[in-house]
Design a protein around this ligand. Sequence first.
Ligand code: FES
Length: 160
Amino acid sequence: MPDQPSLDRNLDQLLSEECGRSGPSDKPKLLKVLLAVQERMGYVPPHSIPQIARRVGATEADVAGVLSYYPDLRTFAPGRHVIRICMGESCFANRCSRVLRALNDHLGIVIGETDAGRRFTLEKVYCMGNCAVAPTVAVNQDLFGRVEPEQIPSIVDCYR
Ligand code: FES
């Protein structure tokens, strides 16, 4: 994990790229900027909120509000692998709660947590566009469809 000064330098450079060089930009860019920060750093560090607010011409409350509204945005460093379980309509109808219980049991964590070894973070999402083969689980960018609870150990253990 990079130290904070290098994180801040990276963030400064990233914000310059995303917001351009002509100073404060516009609020509609806020979500795009936050997603870009998360893409590059793995999360949006809470201490970066004032810096982001200044660059996009928003208030710190605006930034915090967007951060808390979108479940895809995280404010903590995730584990090496991010496991997302879909709780959207199709996945719910196809009993994703059974799959979630299997993930909880196998990983020893609940949604929003990272395991002690910082290998896995478990998150929920609402539809990954994979409804035809619900229920869906993603490990990083890899999608798994028609997941049965019994498959969870073999899916997860490939990433250990
Ligand atoms: S509802 Fe789960 S992939 Fe669409």
